[in-house]
Write a protein that binds this ligand. Structure first.
Ligand code: 2BA
Length: 106
């Protein structure tokens, strides 16, 4: 059994959530904040059997888009006086795959 922690952009969260539900894959959605941009993103906690990991990754990949984002220096550096604005590419998704020892449901 594995837990996928998938960080996606808020614009993609509804699509990812609907696609997971359609595939009968259980998920918990958390509101989160990126450490770099300090903007809201969405983290899904998804626990699946090992043989559904690839399917789950495919669903996330299909529904989470890559986007370019222009970042003002103040968004990522506290002392922004000499910082240069930059473009960053965000997403489609950042996914961590972790082992799960037990799934307990009372
Ligand atoms: P943020 O930390 O807000 O990062 C947003 C995007 O900014 C990143 O997109 C990346 O393209 C860029 N970026 C991040 N740190 C950077 C840096 N030090 N210098 C230049 N550019 C930088 P993604 O890679 O798609 O990440 C999207 C979100 O996934 C991140 O939002 C963060 O919430 C999460 N994430 C990414 N890597 C992580 C990690 N190693 N551990 C935990 N969360 C992570």
């Amino acid at each position: 059994m594995k837990m996928l922690m998938a960080i996606v952009q808020p614009k993609d969260a509804s699509k990812v959530q609907a696609a997971l539900a359609k595939a009968k894959i259980g998920a918990t959605k958390l509101q989160s904040t990126g450490g770099f941009l300090r903007e809201g993103n969405t983290t899904f906690m998804i626990v699946v059997d090992d043989d559904r990991v690839d399917q789950t990754l495919a669903i996330i990949k299909e529904n989470a888009k890559t986007r370019e984002q222009f970042v003002a220096p103040s968004a990522y550096i506290d002392n922004a006086a000499n910082a240069v604005p930059m473009n960053v590419q965000v997403g489609g998704a950042t996914v961590f795959v972790l082992p799960v020892d037990q799934f307990i449901h009372f």
